[in-house]
Design a protein. Structure first.
Length: 477
């Protein structure tokens, strides 16, 4: 016992005298002021909206990037004095923001954009989407739809997205080739789907898929159990066990509609989040999409378990699913981001529209215009969205040590003139077509509105070929 005491005393004294030895690895390194640094890319001029912890906005700023990482953020005058770069982007007169984070979508469903509108979720899913998927979804379909969605997202300044679909290995391949960051989940569901006939087959596919991509710089491979109402308890637990074994992220739809809540109560005697908690499904690798019908106690359960959430206002409005209690979640500092959901229920992948809608929907629903500000909506599309995806150490803000996912937007178009407030201008007046340059992981993938990793004309041609195939397949019945 005495020996242990002595050892503890020695350790504690060491920690008191040399705390940096132990803690320096977890601390953000101070920005270097070294002379003559070199960088791969220097962005100069413009207003840098950092979304760092002090939410700094730097006028006439600059950002230096090396090896895909942000190495300096500051004033242009300061950085250009001692940094030499291989490549420079002039952002004068523009806004420089963290890449937008789309926290929930089904990217290949871009090919079903407009196939069936103005229906509720159950009718839309069972009469149109599930049959259309059964007849049309192949690996090639997924690749074509993914490229279409990627092109649209890059044009709109989205640099990271969370996805749930089939043939997710092909989604990952296309995403990586396009240079976009993704948390990409293979869907696991009770009935036979295009790539796997049973949940057991899906789990085999998913394990292989995750092992293949787990060390990739851009792709975070994940499991995507569809929802509590489309998988048995036994299968949900098998998903959880595999996720635990692989230390992998889990994407799931939760409490999207009132019907789901009523069905789960009938079947399990608990509300969806209570049920997931009861079976031990929830942890800090889970991302719950929608969370429309969650009560205060369920929000607390999700928060306690470290679950992230994705709010999809436009999809929820279009399918009349309801309004998620986002203001209450923000009061609890909940890690909730914004998602477009698939293009079939939105019908676009614009995060600018999602921010604008989120800020307005909650005002009209609560009768209080102060309930969700433009600033809070912008946070949800950037740093809070990164927290929702459990990626806040990597992305979501422009600061030293983070990956260089940076978007430069025009700020002098008619709809943005005159300018008074940065977040108001970004959320209420800036649209996807104002995005000029997109950088992901330090690489420029759109320059002056020209996509550098995807062929837009070929994408449109391929998508239109599928349009005809999909129409024919639905006429077969
Ligand atoms: Zn969804």
């Amino acid at each position: 016992m005495d020996k242990l005491k002595i050892l503890l005393t020695v350790c504690c004294s060491f920690l008191l005298i040399f705390p940096q030895t132990f803690f320096s690895r977890t601390k953000t390194l101070p920005e270097k002021s070294a002379q003559n640094q070199t960088a791969d890319l220097l962005i100069v001029g413009g207003t840098v909206v950092t979304m760092d912890k002090d939410r700094r906005v730097i006028e006439d700023g600059a950002i230096a990037v090396r090896g895909g990482e942000i190495i300096r953020v500051g004033k242009r005058a300061e950085l250009t004095k001692n940094i030499r770069a291989k490549q420079t982007i002039d952002a004068q007169g523009k806004k420089i923001i963290p890449g937008l984070v789309n926290a929930h979508t089904h990217i290949p469903m871009s090919l079903f954009r407009g196939i069936a509108d103005d229906l509720d979720l159950q009718e839309w899913l069972t009469k149109f989407i599930f049959p259309a998927e059964a007849k049309n979804v192949t690996e090639d379909f997924v690749r074509v739809g993914t490229r279409l969605g990627l092109a649209e997202m890059i044009r709109g300044g989205t640099t990271t997205y969370a996805d749930m679909y089939y043939f997710e290995d092909a989604v990952a391949d296309e995403t990586f080739k396009a240079g976009v960051r993704g948390v990409l989940g293979e869907t696991i569901i009770q009935f036979p789907v295009p790539d796997n006939k049973t949940p057991a087959d899906s789990l085999i596919y998913t394990e292989k898929y995750i092992n293949k991509w787990k060390n990739n710089a851009l792709i975070i491979p994940a499991l995507a159990p569809h929802a509590p109402y489309t998988l048995s308890t036994e299968d949900l637990l098998k998903v959880k066990n595999l996720a635990d074994k692989l230390n992998a992220t889990v994407l799931i739809h939760v409490a999207e509609t009132r019907t789901e809540v009523n069905d789960i109560i009938k079947q399990y005697g608990a509300r969806p989040v209570e049920y997931l908690e009861k079976i031990g499904f929830l942890n800090d690798r889970v991302i719950a999409a929608h969370t429309v019908h969650v009560n205060d106690a369920e929000i607390d359960i999700l928060k306690r378990r470290g679950v992230g959430a994705a709010h999809c206002p436009q999809s929820n409005m279009k399918l009349a699913s309801g309004v998620a209690p986002v203001p209450a979640m923000l009061k609890k500092d909940f890690p909730i981001g914004l998602g477009t959901d698939g293009a079939a229920s939105n019908n676009d992948l614009s995060m600018w529209e999602e921010m604008d809608t989120a800020a307005k929907l909650h005002k009209v629903f609560s009768g209080d215009p102060k309930v969700l500000s433009a600033f809070e909506a912008f946070e949800m599309a950037t740093i809070r969205g990164a927290r929702a995806l459990h990626l806040e150490k990597l992305i979501g803000s422009i600061e030293t040590g983070k990956r260089a996912d940076i978007v430069i937007v025009d700020a002098d178009e008619l709809s943005q003139t005159p300018f008074y407030n940065i977040y108001s201008s970004l959320v209420y007046a800036t649209k996807a077509h104002h995005v000029r340059h997109v950088i992901i992981n330090g690489k420029v993938i759109m320059r002056d509105r020209r996509l550098l990793t995807l062929n837009e004309n070929a994408i449109k041609k391929d998508a239109n070929l599928y349009r005809q195939k999909i129409i024919n397949s639905l006429l077969e019945n």
